[in-house]
Design a protein around this ligand. Structure first.
Ligand code: NAP
Length: 290
């Protein structure tokens, strides 16, 4: 079934800069086809200086909604009329819904993270975990871990330690979670932090296509069999970090599941329809590997 674009077609899209790498147009357009609904999803490359005007355009043109990506996830908040409780708590928005001229921000990365990690809940609850990165994706994963998984301790590891400290202060205050620590992204001090963590999350783009030989750590002593290593990167499906961890018998999880589930939740917010997750995942994996 092909979309037919005519006067009733509703527009949804993505704003960010740059956005060339995004799979979101593929996912949402194919989801609309699977559901036989009349939506089209387009990418809009919007630089920071044009963000406010772009949102005025969304309202004026009656665009139904947007995904939001780097570098707008945090800066967009001041231009929105309302935030979901979770987006407000995290301080980052990846989805905007236009409700009759009022723009409401959501964070559906949480849904993607929850779907990815739920089967490992027993491993994570009450354990030490660490998150590499301190950007928007790190905020979403730290929030989700504190709220739904209750780890004993979270160490935020980042290249720029001040950003990790900012997140520590933010979540200590907002969520009253005291067991946060920070660390620099420099070996060898990290071996102990990694190896004592039951969950290691990479929320940096290090290792993402085309830099597939990069990894946030090359220390194979960091990994062991009683661990889960979750890399949010979805291209490649198995990053160098995941290969290193797998070689040490750790469990591993890539970013495709998160990507599909966060997209599915955004699609539902815009259209009221639940897209078929399995069909979407298969189509995406096929697209990425060919
Ligand atoms: P962001 O806000 O720009 O944050 C990027 C983080 O990565 C920062 O902490 C940054 O450290 C760190 N970083 C960037 N380049 C680095 C390098 N060369 N070496 C060490 N650290 C580096 O980005 P984001 O929105 O959090 O997204 C991060 C990644 O998460 C994306 O690239 C994407 O792969 C992934 N993601 C996946 C999904 C999914 O659905 N699977 C969803 C969202 C995001 P500094 O603070 O030092 O700059």
């Amino acid at each position: 079934m092909q979309n037919s674009f005519h006067t009733n077609t509703k527009l949804i899209g993505l704003i960010g800069h740059p956005i060339k790498q995004s799979y979101s147009p593929f996912i949402h357009n194919i989801a609309a086809q699977f559901k036989s609904i009349d939506y089209i999803y387009l990418p809009f490359d919007v630089v920071i200086d044009n963000l406010e005007n772009a949102l005025k355009g969304v309202v004026s043109l009656g665009v139904r909604g947007l995904n939001v990506t780097i570098p707008h996830k945090e800066k967009i908040i001041k231009y929105l009329d309302e935030l979901s409780e979770e987006a407000a708590m995290i301080g980052a928005v990846n989805t905007v819904v236009n409700e009759q001229g009022k723009l409401k921000g959501y964070n559906t990365d949480i849904n993607g993270i929850l779907e990815s990690l739920t089967e490992y809940k027993d491993l994570i609850t009450g354990s030490k975990v660490c998150v590499i990165g301190a950007g928007g994706a790190a905020r979403a994963v730290i929030y989700t871990l504190i709220r739904y998984f209750k780890p004993e301790q979270i160490t935020i590891i980042n290249r720029t330690i001040q950003r990790a400290e900012t997140l520590l202060n933010y979540f200590s205050e907002k969520m009253r979670f005291d067991n946060l620590k920070t660390a620099d992204l420099f070996p060898p001090e990290l071996i102990e932090t990694f190896s004592s963590s039951k969950l290691i999350v990479n929320s940096t783009p290090v290792g993402m296509y085309p830099e597939v030989d990069d990894s946030p750590t090359n220390l194979s002593e960091s990994f062991h069999k009683d661990q889960l290593v979750f890399d949010m990167i979805y291209n490649p499906a198995e990053t160098k970090l995941l290969k290193l961890a797998k070689n040490q018998d750790a469990s591993t999880l890539g970013g495709i599941k998160m990507l599909v589930h966060q997209a599915a939740k955004s699609f539902e917010l815009w259209t009221g329809e639940e897209p078929p997750i399995e069909k979407l995942s298969r189509s995406l994996e096929l697209m990425i590997t060919t």
